[in-house]
Design a protein around this ligand. Structure first.
Ligand SMILES: [Zn+2]
Ligand SMILES: [Zn+2]
Length: 330
């Protein structure tokens, strides 16, 4: 029997452990993907650190999977063996709830999430529902497009919901922001990058990707912003971003978890400013972004880690030691 390796989380707050197991057979509608690269997302950190409740334990994290189809389950059409595919965070939906029936499958009542409620891509192989996988073609290197599968897709949803404004603030200049800065520049928008106070390396990185201004998140931008997206998991950034946007401006929270938002005066919200969160993705977000990214020439800055060093990659992300995105290579 063929075997695979996976980095497994047995319980939150414990390091992932390398395990060997048989390669699962694909069920009806599923494919087995031989993983070529898997991005490390902040959400993985929230799972490992116990900030997201009720993961299916033990769990293999990872939902930015690029790999090749190794086996097709019964009834799968539209994919062939050896084809390069991407597997995202949204692993499956129920298809019948009010959200699934109204173009908001990202809010499905009975969702399955890759690397959270079903095993993900910190492994040599992963099983996925074929309806939620995307053909990736052959352009681009595996590791460099892995961050597209979450930072890109959910970043894109956040970006779209931030509206059409010409000036955009990005709070937390990590994987998602570094992708969106490139898309925004391509679309002729002006990006203002906010980083941890004094993180001049991240600020230089943001400017190198086309940000017209970069500074600490406590600073005021040189002009009012049309919208801001917050990727850093820091609730205090909500009032900070509200202060930075113009009348009618939007603040979009793009992360799955955030520390508590401190209370703030109503005057920050007044004048029709909006605050909203973005949850998950729809398949149509994915199709849109996968069209846009190559046209925009999105290039991901990645740091590669061997699969066995997943704990180190997570620690580097936690400590802010990364520029761009971490990617595991099995
Ligand atoms: Zn549903
Ligand atoms: Zn993610």
């Amino acid at each position: 029997m063929a075997t695979m390796h996976a980095m497994v989380l047995d319980a939150p707050h414990t390091p992932l452990v390398m395990r060997e197991r048989p390669v699962p057979a694909p069920g009806p509608g599923e494919i087995v993907v031989a993983v070529a690269a898997c991005g490390v997302c902040r959400t993985d950190l929230h799972v490992v650190d116990g900030e997201l409740e009720h993961p299916t334990l033990p769990i293999v994290p990872g939902h930015e999977i690029v790999g090749r189809v190794a086996a097709l389950g019964q009834g799968v059409s539209g994919f062939s063996i050896g084809e390069r595919v991407g597997v995202p965070w949204l692993g499956a939906t129920c298809g019948v709830c009010p959200y699934c029936c109204s173009s908001t499958e990202n809010l499905c009542d009975m969702p399955v999430f890759t690397g959270y409620t079903r095993d993900g891509g910190y492994a040599t192989h992963a099983v996925a529902d074929a309806r939620f996988c995307f053909p990736l073609g052959e352009a681009g290197e595996d590791a460099e497009i892995a961050p597209w599968l979450c930072a890109g897709l959910i970043g894109w949803r956040s970006y779209r919901l931030a509206g059409e404004g010409k000036t955009l603030g990005l709070y937390g200049f990590g994987a998602a922001a570094h992708i969106l800065a490139q898309v925004a520049r391509w679309q002729g928008r002006r990006v203002f990058a906010f980083t941890r106070k004094g993180d001049t390396a991240a600020q230089d990185f943001a400017r190198s990707l086309g940000a017209v201004w970069a500074g600490g998140s406590e600073e005021a931008p040189p002009e009012p912003l049309d919208a801001a997206i917050i990727f850093a998991p820091v609730g205090a950034l909500v009032p900070a971003a509200l202060k930075a946007v113009r009348k009618g401006g939007r603040v979009v929270c793009g992360g799955i978890h955030m520390s508590d938002i401190p209370s703030f005066p109503y005057s920050l919200l007044w004048e029709e400013r909006h605050v909203m969160s973005v949850a998950n993705l729809t398949r149509s977000d994915a199709h849109e972004f996968l069209q846009v990214a190559p046209k925009a020439g999105v290039h991901c800055e990645v740091t590669r880690y061997p699969l066995a060093r997943a704990n180190e990659a997570l620690a580097d992300l936690r400590e802010g030691r990364l520029q761009g995105a971490a990617v595991l290579i099995p």
